[in-house]
Design a protein around this ligand. Structure first.
Ligand code: NAP
Length: 255
């Protein structure tokens, strides 16, 4: 199947490593030009060089930006659109990972998971509409719908708010060809990621999570990237206002 991504232009917010980097890599391999950001300047530079090496002629814009900061977020999206000469796809992948109940965690999750998406969409919509439409994908979490036995924290609540916002975008801008969807990963393993650290530091817990997933293992960065990229691509055109649980069946719910 041709995903229809040749010549398309995509932004991945939080794209220097992990699921965001796997997503940016697949987009480049499928023929898209890509812009990525992250806070760490070295990481974003290295990721940019790796993306350029993946495909001769790929246009890649990689720059440091803090998605917890309004001005930095808006400036990055504007520069990325300028560098790519337009925009077809916006993917908001970064998280504030507010995994406790502190004021600081709530503020960070609200800014990074939710407000960075709001601000990026705000900046991106004119470019998406100018091109006859486009696709917005938010990377959420199964914590937005399921209680994983942890004390209250900002993380799942911020991801749940993201889903409501995505639905409102889809309903409002669908008539102008702009789609919006949320992909919620379950537990995803990749080298150096949070589940890799659990595997090394807390192997019993890691093994229990593996047993809880019907497929018997955690997902991979590549597997998540395929789902995100398909949803974002023209091949995923009839997905709009959708929340996709990408968790290998870990959450035993019908919908
Ligand atoms: N991994 C999983 O098992 C899992 C499960 C459920 C949901 N998810 C969701 O999937 C997404 C990606 O997770 P991941 O595990 O791949 O994360 P990760 O490995 O920590 O990578 C996060 C990426 O976002 C960037 N980033 C983080 N905060 C940022 C900020 N304030 N401004 C700019 N860039 C920022 C990071 O670079 P810098 O640190 O240099 O900024 C990095 O490039 C998140 O939304 C997460 O909630 C992941």
């Amino acid at each position: 199947m041709d995903l229809g991504l040749k010549g398309k232009r995509a932004i991945v917010l939080g794209g220097s490593r992990g699921i965001g980097f796997y997503t940016a890599s697949l987009l480049v391999q499928e023929g898209a030009d890509v812009a990525i950001c992250a806070r760490g300047a070295d990481g974003v530079r290295e990721a940019g060089s790796t993306l350029v090496a993946l495909r001769t002629g790929a246009r890649v814009f990689a720059e440091s930006a803090d998605l917890g900061d309004a001005a930095s977020t808006r400036a990055f999206v504007q520069k990325a659109i300028g560098s790519l000469s337009g925009l077809d796809i916006l993917i908001h992948n970064a998280s504030g990972f507010g995994n406790d109940n502190s004021e600081e965690s709530w503020a960070r999750s609200f800014q990074v998971d939710l407000m960075a998406g709001v601000r990026a969409v705000d900046e991106a919509l004119p470019a998406l509409k100018a091109n006859g439409g486009g696709s917005i994908v938010f990377v959420g979490s199964m914590a937005s719908k399921y209680y994983f036995g942890r004390p209250p924290s900002a993380y799942g609540a911020a991801k749940a708010a993201m889903r409501t916002y995505a639905n409102e975008l889809a309903q409002t801008y669908g008539k102008e060809g702009v789609r919006a969807n949320v992909i919620s990963p379950g537990a995803v393993w990749f080298p150096g990621g949070s589940w890799d650290k659990q595997k090394q530091n807390n192997p019993k817990f890691y093994a229990a999570v593996e047993r809880a997933i019907p497929l018997g293992r955690l997902g991979t960065g590549e597997e998540l990237a395929r789902i995100i990229v398909f949803t974002a691509s023209p091949a995923g055109l009839w997905l709009n206002s959708t929340h996709l649980a990408a968790d290998g069946g870990q959450v035993a719910a019908v919908d």
